[in-house]
Design a protein around this ligand. Structure first.
Ligand code: SR1
Ligand code: MG
Length: 401
């Protein structure tokens, strides 16, 4: 019989006490459940006498955001811990260190990042992170390159594809991003004030064709080991450090899905400036900071990815002049399309974002939602023709003219 059961705060302490080389024997430990995500329990365990602390993350057998009626595999804890170990080997400073993975309890013991803040919260508070673009570009370039057929032994890559088959978590994405937002699904949470704009999305056949193309890519394009849910709630940050967390949606998919996720969430904050900024000058200024960050992310990603390809490319045919240009243009196009899809799902889908939903002023919230929908749908429609990151930024700026 399985030993799995969701831990209480007291049991989390008992578990932590038994871990070797972490806490002094018999010392007082305190435990707080701090999980505010959609799926898991997260215990913060600390030893006041030494100031040491760790995180215990435990998968629940259902989606916390919905309840026990939505069962979910505990195998996602294995996927998450294995993905973190691969990411750590490629970018040691950019993910939390995993101390232990305990399959019986679907539990991962990892580095406490309480000295960082969740990036979504920092952006809502108007913080700026000048080093972020470089950090996340490195994370994206290294994880996407070295897990793909460009940078990994191609037989080993096939083994990795097998290990990271993640059907239940992918199904969440397939439903919540590439289906529900385009129909009157019971999973949606449609804000009444923008029902007209949402109904227009439901009826837009040209848009649906592009979403079907992106859905097909998500289902079939096993390009790289993705994080799979790289929004600003999956990033811990402080001035000089960025840590990517929570890769439980990891699977082999299209590179642009991860890059697009980061960009989409910066653009959701861009839309939310309708209510977050106090005046039009500071709104414009913060929006320029966000779009400047997006431009830097793509530019730095592309430069680093090309450098890795030149130095570590494993495939002779892929060194044919012109192929890298073609490949990166496709990654950019996927990035733009997936960024748009990830914006639309956060406006009237099941899981939305605090940047917009916490706006107290109803008129500002409605404007932000309409702006985000306008940007998201325009990006989706432009995904197959875009040729530069500046076009994505022009689309965003045009929506707030
Ligand atoms: C039922 S899970 C809802 C959302 O939360 C996660 O962070 C993913 O984005 C997922 O789509
Ligand atoms: Mg998560």
């Amino acid at each position: 019989m399985s030993a799995y059961h969701p831990l209480t705060e007291a049991e989390a302490i008992e578990y932590a006490r038994k871990l070797p080389d972490l806490f002094a024997p018999g010392s007082e430990l305190s435990s707080r459940e701090i999980g505010d995500g959609n799926l898991n329990l997260v215990f913060h365990i600390s030893e006041p006498s030494s100031g040491k602390s760790i995180i215990l993350k435990q998968a629940l057998p259902y989606a916390k955001v919905v309840g026990e009626s939505w069962p979910l595999t505990l195998d996602r804890a294995r996927i998450e811990s294995e993905a973190l170990l691969i990411q750590e080997s490629l970018c040691p400073k950019l993910v939390p260190h995993v101390h232990v993975y305990e399959p019986e309890l679907a539990l991962t013991v990892m580095q406490d990042l309480s000295d960082h803040v969740i990036m979504r919260k920092g952006l809502i508070e108007g913080q700026r992170y000048p080093l972020f673009a470089g950090h996340i570009a490195t994370f994206l370039a290294r994880t996407l390159f070295f897990t793909s057929d460009l940078g990994l032994n191609q037989q080993e890559k096939k083994e990795r594809v097998k290990r990271f088959i993640n059907p239940e978590l992918c199904k969440i994405t397939e439903d919540l991003i590439f289906d529900d937002p385009y129909t009157d699904s019971p999973n949606n949470n449609v804000p009444p004030a923008i029902r007209d704009a949402v109904e227009a999305v439901w009826q837009d056949n040209e848009l649906h064709v592009e979403v079907a193309i992106l859905r097909d890519k998500f289902l079939t394009k096993a390009q790289s080991l993705l994080h799979g849910d790289l929004h600003t709630g999956s990033i811990f940050i402080k001035a000089d450090s960025t840590k990517v967390i929570d890769p439980e949606f990891a699977y082999y998919g299209p590179m642009g899905f991860d890059i697009g996720a980061v960009i989409a969430n910066l653009l959701l904050n861009f839309a939310a400036q309708e209510g977050l900024s106090l005046d039009s000058a500071s709104r414009r200024d913060y929006r320029d900071y966000l779009t400047g960050t997006i431009r830097d992310i793509w530019t730095k990603f592309e430069a680093e990815f090309r450098a890795l390809w030149n130095e570590h490319g494993v495939d002779r045919m892929f060194r044919t002049p012109g192929f890298a240009d073609y490949y990166l243009q496709e990654v950019l196009r996927d990035t733009v399309g997936f960024a748009g899809s990830k914006m639309v799902r956060r406006i009237h889908g099941l899981a939305q974002v605090a940047d917009i939903n916490q706006l107290q002023d109803e008129a500002a919230r409605e404007r932000a939602q309409r702006i985000a929908l306008a940007i998201g749908t325009a990006l989706i429609k432009s995904n197959r023709s875009v040729t530069s990151i500046d076009q994505l930024i022009e689309t965003a700026d045009k929506a707030v003219l």
